[in-house]
Design a protein around this ligand. Structure first.
Ligand SMILES: [Zn+2]
Length: 332
């Protein structure tokens, strides 16, 4: 099997699990280009012309203009409505069982090929323009990971980012501005019960993906922020990157605090953290432990208990802190 000159590292998981931080850190590794949440590039970038992570309007960003030229002959040649229709047809959470079985009607298979052709062309062009062999897509949705896994011509490796469901649900109840959309736009909010249900679905789906032929590495947010360098080493090995110590010089610190040095990145869409550059402090965001109402905490714990236990977040009481452990490559 031949791969088209690039390798794709896909970050999957429930939103607000730390995937933006993980993607920014992986994007600092030599030979890696982090492209942001590509699933949202078509609408928010090409159509709505929101800001690239570099600060430029998407359609004025030199990087993305060059990528569009190489992939499609320019953004004007891309039928964004067609991509949206194809996404509605194939890139759906409810289709995951069918995608996992790899059995589907011919019409659906054709849509799937056409839909993922857009992504394959884009990834190839990102690799070409950036000069990086490895492209990171932090789209998160398990359904897109399944769609891409059905192509034989993409060297796909999935990093499944998990975070304590109570922290995730708490984050989904808070108001987060979206500076790139201008005006008073905010990220979507979910009720704790809705966030818990989504957390179960996304995480269980990515575990299902790991049962197939796609390599999947599970990384806990808490282990990433508690040990950036060892986690980056683990991810580098999983992604087939040869990274030596100088290649990890952008992260440092010890018991009293950890930091990373982030450069400007041409990320197409995603969490506002994608605009951050320079030296950042890395510490666990555990505000939920004091700020989350007890009733919400009980609800989310009860709704997500089987996977909370599986990931080491809950003992018998369901309320313990994350245990210290190394990052798991468990694909069971
Ligand atoms: Zn840019």
């Amino acid at each position: 099997m031949t791969f088209g000159g690039f390798r794709l590292v896909y970050l999957g998981g429930m939103g607000r699990s730390g995937s933006t931080l993980a993607a920014r850190l992986i994007g600092e590794l030599p030979g890696v280009c982090a492209a942001g949440e590509v699933v949202h590039l078509w609408q928010r970038g090409v159509t709505d012309n929101e800001q690239c992570g570099c600060g430029a309007e998407f359609c004025r960003c030199e990087f993305w203009t060059a990528v569009a030229g190489a992939a499609f002959g320019g953004w004007s040649k891309v039928d964004v409505r067609r991509i949206a229709d194809l996404r509605a047809s194939v890139d759906r959470t409810r289709l995951i069982p069918r995608l996992a079985r790899r059995s589907m009607p011919e019409a659906l298979r054709r849509d799937l090929t056409e839909y993922t052709d857009y992504y394959a062309s884009l990834y190839r062009a990102i690799a070409g323009v950036s000069g990086c062999r490895t492209v990171v897509d932090s789209s998160k949705h398990a359904s897109l990971a399944f769609c891409l896994s059905l192509r034989g011509d993409i060297d796909l490796r999935v990093i499944h980012v998990v975070r304590d469901s109570r922290a995730v649900a708490y984050s989904w109840t808070t108001l987060v501005p979206r500076p790139e959309a201008g005006g008073s736009s905010y990220m979507t909010r979910y009720s704790p019960a809705r966030a818990a249900a989504e957390w179960n679905t996304q995480n269980a789906s990515l575990q299902l993906l790991a049962h197939g032929q796609t390599p999947v590495l599970r990384v806990r947010y808490e282990d990433l922020v508690g040990g950036v360098k060892p986690t980056m080493r683990l991810i580098s090995g999983f992604a087939g990157l040869e990274v030596d110590e100088p290649g990890l010089a952008f992260v440092g610190g010890g018991a009293r605090g950890r930091w990373a040095e982030l450069r400007r990145a041409h990320t197409a869409a995603g969490n506002p953290m994608r605009f951050t550059t320079g030296k950042i402090t890395i510490r666990p965001d555990d505000r939920w432990q004091t700020a989350m109402p007890a009733s919400q905490r009980r609800t989310v714990t009860a709704l997500t208990l089987p996977l909370l236990r599986r990931y080491g977040y809950a003992g018998g009481s369901g309320g313990s802190s994350p245990r210290a452990s190394t990052v798991s490559g468990d694909t069971s």
